[in-house]
Design a protein around this ligand. Sequence first.
Ligand SMILES: [Zn+2]
Length: 287
Amino acid sequence: MDLGTTPGVSSSLYAPVTSGPPGLPPILCYHKVEPRLELGVTRLSPRRFTRQIERLARAGWRTLSLDEVLACARGERVVGSRDIAITFDDGYRGLREYAFPVLEAHGFGGICSVITDYAGKLNRWDVAYGGRRFAHLAWRDMHRWQGKGIEFISHTATHRRLTWLDDGEVSIELARSARAMRDMLGVNRHVISYPYGAHTARELGLASSEGYVAGLSLAGRWRGDPMAITRRPVYLWAPPTPGVGLLAPIEWLGAVGANRCAVGTSLWQALRGKRTAVGSYVEELAG
Ligand SMILES: [Zn+2]
């Protein structure tokens, strides 16, 4: 049987393997889905988010699980023509009301990264653009959604830019976060989403040595390393079908620019001069 001509089956599923990195599905990266306004580009209103998901569902896209995404990244799974993955960074509480139920209603799954020290707390790690604070999902929220198609991964312990920390601090961020994910959610296969997508070869190596099997980055060129899986951030200016429509190349350029701007947030954190959670942890270990 010539599978390539089977009605309803995309021939791309059976495309011959060529050289170059394995195929990666489009992986969308959302942040806040909130009705409350803020000065920033990462927030989407619940209405816009719902419309985007509706459009993707209508167009026949299906969401991949984390396992499926990793299998694609390792070259063990061929990407289907309507495969997509939906991820959320930072684990905001608004997702509980405005995003996860929408995915569930459309039979979609999602992958959400969590800043483990801030579970159930306000986002004091971030600059409050416009003076507003947002709460993060509590562990009990995550428990509830774990059974309903949402998978949780690590976004470090305190969301510091790993590339600006020394080796020891990076390892502590990674180890501490992995421990919380294991203790609080029973997660044993560790995947990291790098804060701000920032990483170099050093962070990939440190994550591997801390037992992480994969890493998610933001906009960038996919080079075939499962420790640096690229995603398509969905920002304020996203078209109605984000990440996969005709405007995807323009969105990508915008995302690269926005990621550069996020350096401001990291600088603010670095200059704050307050005793950090990581600092306390080092003292805790020493003591
Ligand atoms: Zn983040």
